[in-house]
Design a protein around this ligand. Sequence first.
Ligand code: AMP
Ligand code: MG
Length: 325
Amino acid sequence: MKTLRVAIDPWNPDPVVLEKAVAILRRGGLVAFPTETVYGLGADALNPEAVRGVYRAKGRPSDNPLILHLSRREMAEELAFPDARSRRLMDALWPGPLTLVLPARSVVPGVTRGGLDTAALRMPDHPVAAALIETAGFPLAAPSANVSGRPSPTDADGVWEDLEGRIDMILDAGPVSVGIESTVVDMTADPPLLLRPGGMSREVLEGFLGVALAQPDNVSRRRSPGTRYRHYAPFVPVWIWREGAPLPDGAASEKCGFMGLVPPPGVFGRSLRFDSVENYARGLFSGFRALEAAGLQGIVVQWPPSGGVGLGLRDRIRRAAQAGS
Ligand code: AMP
Ligand code: MG
C-alpha cells in the first residue's frame, strides 16, 4: 500500500485535503491525524471492518479497546449513556486530553470496544482533528499511530517511521502540544477510577468531581486491557534515575543518552534537557526516538515530580523502563 503524506495547516486546515481524507475513511481506510496529545491512527469507529484494519496495521491485541474521538458534545449521547457527573466533566473539560469510559450504546461495534460493554470517548483539542471528524460526520476510532509497544508518535515523522506502507494517509500538521496520551477515567465506577494518568491532571479532575479518583487494583485493571500491555519503549534499554541516587551500572558513558530536567554528573553521548515538566512530557517520545536513532546504547531518564502532567509522564517512563529490561 502506498502511504500518502500531506502537509496541512493546523490553524486553517484545507477543506480539499480534509475531503480527500474523509473519502478514504468512508471506504474503510486508515488516516493518521494530529491531536493535542499524540498522532492518532483514525478509522470509522462504527465500521467493524475499518476498525479491524487499525488493529492489523498496529499489531495491536484485539482485546485492547479503542477510544472514539468526537467533534461535538452531542455525539457522546448517541454513542453512550453518560450520567450527570460525566456530563459535567464533558461540558467543563472537553475538548481536551480526557477520555471517559461510559456504558456503550449498541451502535458502537464490539470490535471497537474490545468486546467490553463500555465505550471510551474523547473530544480532541486540535483544529485538524476537530475538522476531520466534523467533515466525516462519524466518530473516529484512533489509538496512537505507532506500531504497538513503540513510543507514540508526536509528529508525522514518527508515524511514517512505524506505519509507512501500512496505512492510506498521514495528515502532517507539525509536532503536537501535550506529547503523552489522554487521561482515561472509568465513569461507571463510584468513585470514578483513574485507569490511565495522562494529559489532563488528576488535580484538575478531582477539583471538578469533588472526590478523589480511585486507583485501579488487579480486578479493575482488567477493565482497561491496555494497562496490562508493555508500551512506549525504544529498542534500547531505558533506565530510571532519581535525583540524588547513584546512576545504574554502565549508564553514564558516551554510549548512553540522558533525558530530563537536571542531568546527573557524568558524561553522556547526548543530553535532552527540558525546562519544565510540560516540556519534558512533550519531548519524551520524540526524545526516545531521536536518541535511539543516534545509535546510543541506552537512555537514562530522570524521574519527574508527580504533579500535573508529571503523573502521566511517570507512567510512560515506568513502562518504557520495564519493557527494556
Ligand atoms: P490508546 O488508544 O493506545 O491510547 O489506548 C487507549 C486506552 O484506553 C487503553 O489503555 C485502553 O485499554 C483504554 N480503553 C479504551 N476503551 C476502553 C473501555 N471501554 N474500557 C476501559 N478502558 C478502555
Ligand atoms: Mg497507544
